[in-house]
Design a protein around this ligand. Structure first.
Ligand code: NAD
Ligand code: UFG
Length: 342
């Protein structure tokens, strides 16, 4: 079993992954500044993991841009880092690009330098399908051009570039860049889930908040896309499948020779906005009123992963479909209508 540092481990994907890694027997340090999360998520991770595994989780409140915080979190015996910490809102990145270059790019650079000093050269990095921009080919293979169309996407592409330069500069690096498609859903217990600040930018949390009565209606961004029902199509991935993908990536990196992997994590299945609305209504028993409005600038009609490389190299594939994503998302939203502040 390994000693792992999880940056951003209190966040949506990090908290679910922390639970899966604890359940697999690993020891974790979570480094998070809680700027987009709450320590309550980690308390619940410990509760779900049980007392024995919970004792293997240490929390360091700190910033990935601080060498001192990184040194405290890494210590001298970290086997691998899973790096979630970052900013992720596309619209905010257009308004505040320097914040995105600072946290996502400079923060990652600080982390890599601290790993070099600590002698740890194994890293799983949260990349994003956003770096494919408006894709030319769907399903999207990893060989598709990297052509981001917003500062958030540029920051992810820059970190991938930095990682490949680093891996080429000295032997021994084991790196997986995982390009997530659309992570949604929650732990089936309803104890962990996604807790966005303010008005959600993303479809799934918006739909759940309409179902629970926090918002009146969903705006469907475009009804005239070249898709079967005219609404946008995405590759939604259950956050527990995503968490298990990280466990597989850690295992593969630690077991195999040094390598740099770049992998899509998605299901390979596309679902439209209207399909998501219908599935959420069925899972929750609640109406989700919506109106079709203009397209959102920067959206693609369809983005769906080609997930075959991850299946081959990680021996991992998604297990949970749209109805389970909605059922588990509703278990979380209905039990925690105001998120962790409920
Ligand atoms: P999140 O905001 O819930 O989690 C990010 C965590 O990082 C939060 O707990 C936040 O407090 C922490 N953090 C932010 N800045 C920090 C800093 N400077 N120092 C220390 N901690 C800091 O986001 P998430 O959805 O869990 O996403 C995790 C990662 O996955 C991000 O890098 C994101 O870009 C990437 N990603 C997310 C999605 C998605 O749709 N959720 C899709 C693709 C990629
Ligand atoms: N949508 C609506 N109404 C909303 C929100 C979204 O109709 O209120 C539609 C969008 O137009 C799109 C689909 O729902 O067709 C999904 O939109 P999201 O905002 O949930 O997700 P995106 O695919 O646009 O982007 C998300 C993240 C990106 C990430 C990308 C791939 O926001 O950061 O998934 O991982 F890069």
């Amino acid at each position: 079993m390994a000693q792992l540092l999880i940056t951003g481990g209190a966040g949506f994907i990090g908290s679910h992954t922390a639970l899966v890694l604890l359940e697999a027997g690993h020891s974790l340090v979570v480094l998070d500044n809680f700027q987009n999360s709450s320590p309550e998520s980690l308390r619940r991770v410990q509760e779900l993991a049980g007392p024995e595994a919970a004792a293997k989780l240490r929390v360091v409140e700190g910033d990935i841009r601080s060498a001192a915080d990184l040194e405290e979190a890494l210590g001298s015996s970290t086997d691998a880092v899973v790096h979630f910490a970052g900013l992720k809102a596309v619209g905010e990145s257009v308004a505040k690009p320097l914040a995105y270059w600072d946290v996502n790019v400079c923060g990652s650079r600080q982390l890599l330098a601290a790993m070099q000093r600590a002698g740890c050269r194994t890293l799983v990095f949260s990349s994003s399908a956003t770096l494919y921009g408006i894709p030319d080919v769907v399903p999207i293979p990893e060989s598709a051009p990297v052509q981001p169309i917003n500062p958030y996407g540029h920051s992810k592409a820059a970190v991938e570039r930095m990682l490949s330069d680093l891996a080429a500069s000295e032997p021994g690096w084991r790196i997986a860049c995982l390009r997530y498609f659309n992570p949604v859903g929650a732990h089936p217990s309803g104890r962990l889930g996604e807790d966005p600040n303010g008005i959600p930018n993303n479809l799934f949390p918006f739909v759940s908040q309409v179902a629970v009565g926090r918002r009146n209606r969903l705006s469907v961004f475009g009804g005239d896309w070249p898709t079967p029902d005219g609404s946008g199509v995405r590759d939604y991935i259950h956050v527990m499948d995503l968490a298990e993908g990280h466990r597989a990536a850690v295992d593969v990196l630690l077991a195999e020779d040094p390598q740099l992997l770049t992998l899509n994590l998605g299901s390979g299945q596309g679902h439209s906005v209207l399909e998501v609305v219908a599935a959420f209504e069925a899972a929750s028993g609640q109406a989700v009123p919506y109106e079709v409005v203009a397209r959102r600038p920067g959206d693609a009609a369809t983005t769906v992963a080609d997930p075959s490389l991850a299946a081959e190299l990680l021996r991992w594939r998604t297990q949970r479909g749209l109805s389970q994503m909605c059922r588990d998302g509703w278990a979380w939203q209905s039990a925690n209508p105001q998120g962790y502040a409920s």
